[in-house]
Design a protein around this ligand. Sequence first.
Ligand code: ADP
Ligand code: MG
Length: 385
Amino acid sequence: MNIHEYQAKDLFRKFNVATSEGKVFENENDAEEYAKSLDVEEYVVKAQIHAGGRGKGGGVKLVKTPEEVREMVKSMLGMTLVTHQTGPEGKLVNKVYVEAASNIKKEYYLSFVTDRATEKNVIIASPEGGVDIEKVAEETPEKLLTQPIDPVVGIQPFHIRKIGYFLGFDKGQVKQLGPLIQGMYNLFVETDCSLVEVNPLIVTDKDEVKALDAKINFDDNAEFRHKEYKELHDPTEEEPSELEAKEWGFSFVKLDGNIGCLVNGAGLAMSTMDIIKHHGAEPANFLDVGGGATVEQVTQAFKMILRDENVKAILVNIFGGIMKCDTIADGIMVAAKEVGIKVPLVVRLEGTNVELGKKMLEESGLNISTASTMKDAALKVVELI
Ligand code: ADP
Ligand code: MG
């Protein structure tokens, strides 16, 4: 789960990660009042959306006076901000963050992520900050330092020195880096993050080290032990169809192709998309109904797939493990009758009671082709479109 910069910065303050003074607003009057109360020469107005690249997209603006803060907040609220991370449709700005501007000497990159390969949390640092870090990783990987942290011993003084010197920090700056990294680490572990990213981390003209941007992702698997996730969740940032699917208990991601996919299991759903692409077509969605889908869920899934006008055929790829294939066939038949599927349907079933399931579909009188292997299913559905 993603949260906004202002929420991430509130958490930074709680964990003693140095950041600028700032506050979030939903109207220009309060923003102006707040700006007047800040004793600074310059302000930054930042659109709050769940996407980066706001600076280049016009969502981060420096202004000089509280009146200009007012005007800027007013013009940002309600605007649709397009950045390289939002897609061409952009994102609606509902909240704006106002903070004291910093005089930046240099921008750096610092993040914490979980590295599944080493089964450790790692710190990633780079002297190339404020830019696309993926580009740095690709073009100049020597400018990235990846430091694994042993979960038993946590952050050690040598980690701080190593990162500090890699970034080219002097002694005074390394000293400030200690509590900052320790704070980020505590935040990462205690609130079960999958990402804490500061891009840019800056050194100011007064040699202060602080986080200028803040991005946090929580690990959804830890939701059950963090009641606060719910309060931090902003449903306006999510795809309505993905939210709807979540309420029904399955995952759905809309894509640009024309073959609708109904699959159980995320891995199987991904390989189904792969095999469709392999045979020259494009999937219209990713849909994982889960291991024990009910007839109601299957029906809802069909409804969501069919809402997409691009869908020219549907491929159902189900492995009957937890559920029996005849139960699934039943679900498909009920759903097909209830929803009224007008496009061709290819069904590939495998697992317990597969013969019975196939027989039921063949005798159902519905426009369904059955397939025995994934390849067979993919070829059939690609041919049908
Ligand atoms: P995004 O990553 O979405 O573009 P950032 O918060 O990283 O947004 O801001 C983009 C750039 O704007 C930063 O790299 C920095 O140069 C500048 N900036 C952001 N906040 C401030 C601030 N408080 N003071 C001065 N410059 C800032
Ligand atoms: Mg940034």
